[in-house]
Design a protein around this ligand. Structure first.
Ligand code: PPS
Length: 347
């Protein structure tokens, strides 16, 4: 039966047809999968519980939230912001800890409700929850509970779209929204849902990509997510970043971020941030969370880990000419007033 979120959106169970066609290639969630209308977000069935909790969550003025569709490069921006604010002189003893322990992802709570959770060995997160929030239960989520007690300024990541966030969220909090060519996003996303056992995707790339552009894949649909950010682009608390711009000229983007965040970094500090956040430096630290049982090691050994390639334009090595044509049309039909071409490594 349909129910409403505190934000007013309507929650429906996905159809039997969706379960048979898409759901069977994904992890089984204890509470199934839902679609949240009107946009049609497809999330695990526990998501309404966490989305309603998010409405009560107290954002603080000093918080920074990195938002974006999954696989847009948000972890790169997260590490960049964390380093700018916490380690510009390379003296912070916590810098060696995994980024997802230092800077939590709000939307990750809903993914933990998989049927085989106990096999996935997410021990480090459970230990951190126990230490930071004694007596709190993992069923009530990790990220939001830990964020509540985390000292500021908190740097968080979030893959939910704007209209699922509390109404006054952007007025209170600085937000950086990251955009990336959806062709590279879908290639990266497919790799990710195969290596991460919280998804354990079993279908082919062609099938995954078709469901993604038809708004049927988990975390979809893509365009409303991007447009909800684009519409807010003139808000003084919102800073938009393109993955392709970061790749083309990181220093220029770093200066813009410095101005937006008010970090006022010197030349050496800027260079330190650039060095720490280079693809090879971040990759050399391993996966952002350290629990090996939560990754499909055999695929990672053959095809790369979380830090897979880290380039713009890699879609050319994966998309068939037909799928490329289909995605070109899909981009043209949906891009609206966003002035980007996304037809090469640049934007
Ligand atoms: S997630 O899991 O949704 O939060 O993923 P997200 O961090 O948004 O995106 C992952 C992709 O970003 C690439 N990445 C980087 N590229 C360049 N430089 C740096 N430092 C960097 N860090 C992460 C990562 O490799 C994923 O892209 P692909 O194309 O798969 O390599």
């Amino acid at each position: 039966m349909a129910r409403k979120l505190l934000t007013g959106q309507v929650v429906q169970e996905v159809s039997e047809e969706w379960k048979e066609r898409v759901g069977k290639d994904l992890q089984e969630y204890k509470q199934g999968v839902v679609r949240i209308l009107p946009e049609g977000w497809i999330y695990p069935g526990v998501s309404p519980f966490f989305l309603d909790k998010l409405q009560q969550f107290q954002f603080r003025t000093e918080d920074v939230v990195v938002m974006g569709y999954p696989k847009c490069g948000s972890t790169w921006v997260q590490e960049t912001v964390w380093t700018m604010m916490n380690n510009p002189d390379l003296t912070n003893p916590h810098a060696e800890e995994g980024i997802w322990n230092r800077s939590l992802e709000i939307s990750s709570d809903m993914l933990m409700d998989v049927v085989n959770y106990d096999e996935l060995g997410l021990d480090s997160i459970i230990k951190i929850l126990g230490k930071m929030c004694p007596g709190k239960s993992k069923e009530d989520g990790f990220a939001l509970q830990m964020l509540e007690v985390m000292p500021g300024p908190r740097i968080m990541k979030c893959h939910y779209a704007f209209e699922l966030m509390p109404l006054d969220f952007l007025d209170k909090t600085k937000v950086i929204y990251v955009l990336r060519n959806p062709k590279d996003t879908v290639v990266s996303f497919y790799h990710y849902v195969r290596i991460v056992r919280l998804y354990d995707y079993k279908g082919s790339f062609e099938k995954f990509a078709k469901e993604f552009i038809n708004d049927q894949m988990l975390f979809g649909p893509y365009w409303p997510h991007v447009h909800q950010a684009w519409r807010r682009r003139s808000h003084p608390n919102l800073h938009l970043i393109f993955y392709e711009d970061l790749k083309a000229d990181f220093m220029t983007q770093l200066h813009l971020l410095d101005k937006f965040l008010g970090t006022n970094l010197g030349t050496q500090q800027m260079q330190n941030v650039q060095h720490i956040t280079e693809f090879t430096s971040m990759k050399s630290k391993g996966t952002p969370i350290t629990d090996t049982a939560s990754f499909n090691q055999s695929i990672m050994e053959k095809e790369g880990g979380f830090y897979r390639k880290g380039v713009a334009g890699d879609w050319k090595n994966t998309l068939s000419p037909e799928l490329n044509q289909e995605m070109d049309k899909w981009i043209k039909d949906n891009i609206g007033d966003i002035p980007i071409k996304w037809d090469d490594e640049k934007r």
